[in-house]
Design a protein around this ligand. Structure first.
Ligand code: KIV
Length: 311
């Protein structure tokens, strides 16, 4: 990525966010676009410092951070709460808010909720699942001035219809439908589109036929960019989906730190001198009515402790 598209993202620098034109420029320049999900302030700050151009506040929030079984229970309020924190942390990345289940069932509802994402949380774009079935909504949003990222292939909010998270578009019919979905999303005005769990050849063919960037997850290397769920990227679990590549093993790092801390507390070696504040001994002696002779290593005066002492 060139310096002109992602200015100094240091946490203290001025806020100068990328916008959808910057993303179009990266795409036109042939830069592969990296996107990661984020759900909180400190992580967003680090992703920004690392120069990620796109940060998605995904509804994977439900599984990754809230302990839900899937994306269905995630509410608009959940998303706004986390999106606000991410926007405060990311100063250069374009932040995208994922429209949760049933928050965009009609174009009117979509405009209302996407408007909340932009006005209340400060994100710069929203993501909606669905191809042809969502094209009217995408068109309404873009006409209202709200940049939209589409999402086709596996759409986790349809879990109750599809039954299981599996690769989409493998049959002739399904592949043709996905191609039509991708074109419909583009024609409706989306600035980019996520392809999730799509066979590599089909994802590459879709990418070649579109003039907006495709962001793949489990869709092979032929997409214009890639997205990973943060907890997969950082290795929070023993298990990760086949398409993910953990770039860290935070599970081991966190377990190791938590176990070492617990052991130190139990052994009395935390806190030590480096983590402890002391005050002037004379001041505390006076407050407690002690004399210098009461300090450790001093003996009780020959006449005993004076009777008028408080303690
Ligand atoms: O919610 C999410 O994290 C997503 C990505 C997998 C694209 O939709």
């Amino acid at each position: 990525m060139s310096a002109s598209t992602n200015p100094d993202p240091k946490p203290t620098g001025p806020v100068r966010r990328l916008n959808v034109s910057d993303i179009a420029r990266l795409y036109a320049d042939g830069t592969r676009i990296a996107m990661v999900t984020a759900y909180d302030f400190p992580t967003a700050r680090l992703l920004d410092e690392a120069g990620l151009p796109l940060v998605l506040v995904g509804d994977s929030l439900g599984r990754a951070a809230l302990g839900y079984e899937n994306e269905i229970p995630v509410s608009m309020d959940d998303m706004l709460h986390h999106a606000k924190a991410v926007v405060r942390g990311a100063r250069a990345a374009l932040v995208i808010g994922d429209m949760p289940f049933l928050s965009y069932a009609t174009p009117e509802q979509a405009i209302h909720n996407a408007g909340r994402f932009l006005a209340e949380a400060g994100v710069q774009a929203v993501k909606v699942e669905g191809g042809r079935r969502s094209s009217r909504t995408i068109e309404a949003l873009t006409k209202a001035g709200i940049p939209v990222m589409g999402h086709i292939g596996l759409t986790p909010q349809s879990i109750n219809q599809i039954g299981k998270l599996r690769v989409q578009g493998k049959t002739r019919e399904a592949a043709r439908e996905l191609l039509s979905d991708a074109l419909a999303v583009q024609e409706a005005g989306a600035f980019s589109i996520v392809l999730e769990l799509v066979p590599e050849q089909l994802a590459t063919a879709i990418t070649e036929r579109l003039r907006i960037p495709t962001i793949g997850i489990g869709a092979g290397a032929g997409c214009s960019g890639q997205v990973q769920v943060l907890t997969d990227l950082l290795g929070y679990e023993d298990w990760h989906p086949r398409h993910a590549r953990p770039y860290a093993n935070l599970r081991e790092v966190i377990l190791g730190a938590a176990r070492a801390y617990r052991a130190d507390v139990e052994a009395g070696s935390f806190p030590g001198p480096a983590e402890t504040v002391r005050m002037d001994d004379d001041v505390i002696d006076e407050v407690l009515g002690h004399s210098v002779l009461d300090r450790p290593g001093r003996s009780i005066p020959a006449g005993g402790i004076p009777l008028d002492r408080d303690l």
